[in-house]
Design a protein around this ligand. Structure first.
Ligand SMILES: [Fe+2]
Length: 347
């Protein structure tokens, strides 16, 4: 059973329509003008509105226009005896759901039209509720994703902070062991990153260069201080111990989950392009690019640094040393990039 509002200024028509609808089980309200019909609509919220077109005191166009605005899900059926086809089209465009012409010779047609429009309204309402349910679920999912993403970012931030703290602690450990290296690691890291940038490397590779530069000599923790600080020449076995810092550094770092090949770059930073380096005597591009860059930065930085037993070389002399060894000790591409960095610094 539905609640139906019937608006018609013709008493007989109104009575006939209302009686029929009432007889087939609907609750029926009626009004004799469009204005009164709208007031009754707002008061009783019927499920469907049947309206005449031509009426004094507010016609069917007024009813359709208001209901299309106020309650677009309520079906409006126009029943007119005077309207033209153009007017019928106009009411449908304004928001009427269907149009019947008077006289209603077959009242059953009215009944089936009302049922059809009520079913259509129910479908539209269900579809809207379904759509709203979907939208609401989408919003819930979006807020879950935002919340998860924030938690994830917090975790990443904490891990990055923990990793950075660990790198600083390791760097401090190697400085404790070998005070000469104070500042050396930072300078190697800076020069290595400058070379990497000159070669057009991306952020990940530059991050690897920075960390590997800071930690390249971490393996010296495992070498005895007396050997590290020895001023006289080293014996063969002492030199072997010094050389072990490359593999030692790799061992210390290999289980830390860096994004890039930090441990491998540290292991290879004393390899030479011509295959005469250590620990594996790798050559050419079989040496990791980051390690080839570190080699240039490390040697250049070491040559320009003051040692207890000798003053540091002038930057130009240290650079000349590096440039002369392009293709032998050092990778030519890395030396070219290093030269570009120097020329930029000198301009
Ligand atoms: Fe080293």
């Amino acid at each position: 059973m539905a609640k139906i509002l019937c608006i018609d200024d013709e008493p007989l028509m109104r009575l006939t329509t209302c009686d029929f609808l009432s007889d087939i089980g609907h609750e029926v309200l009626d009004a004799d003008t469009g204005g009164l019909g709208l007031e009754m609509f707002r008061l009783h919220r019927p499920d469907i509105v049947l309206s005449d077109l031509r009426m004094p005191g507010g016609d069917g166009f007024l009813v359709v226009a208001h209901l299309a605005e106020e309650s677009p899900d309520t079906p409006v059926l126009i029943i007119s005896g005077t309207g033209t086809v153009e007017e019928a089209v106009k009411t449908m465009r304004m928001g009427a759901w269907d149009y019947l012409t008077k006289p209603l010779s077959d009242m059953l047609l009215l009944g089936t039209t009302v049922d059809k429009l009520l079913a259509k309204a129910r479908d539209r309402k269900n579809s809207r509720q379904y759509q709203q349910g979907l939208e609401s679920r989408n919003q819930e999912l979006e807020s879950e994703i935002v919340s998860w993403s924030r938690r994830h970012q917090d975790t990443v931030q904490r891990l990055e902070t923990a990793l950075q703290t660990s790198i600083n602690s390791l760097n401090l450990a190697v400085k404790e062991k070998d005070p000469y290296t104070a500042g050396h690691n930072e300078r190697v890291a800076r020069v290595a990153v400058d070379i990497g940038q000159a070669m057009g490397l991306g952020k990940d590779e530059l991050d690897t260069l920075l960390i590997a530069g800071l930690l390249h000599d971490i393996g010296k923790i495992g070498v005895h201080e007396a050997i590290l600080n020895k001023r006289s020449s080293l014996s063969a076995s002492e030199f072997e111990q010094i050389k072990s810092h490359a593999i030692g550094g790799h061992r210390i770092l290999e289980n830390i989950p860096f994004d890039g090949p930090v441990a491998e770059a540290v292991r290879q930073h004393h390899e030479r392009f011509d295959g005469t380096g250590y620990p594996e005597a790798l050559s050419g591009e079989s040496i990791l690019l980051e390690a080839r860059i570190l080699a240039v930065a490390d040697v250049y930085e070491a040559l320009t640094s003051n040692r207890p037993y000798r003053p540091g070389l002038a930057p130009a002399d240290a650079a000349a040393h590096v440039l002369e060894r392009s293709g032998t000790h050092f990778c030519p591409r890395c030396v070219d990039a290093f030269a570009r960095v120097l020329s930029l610094q000198n301009t």
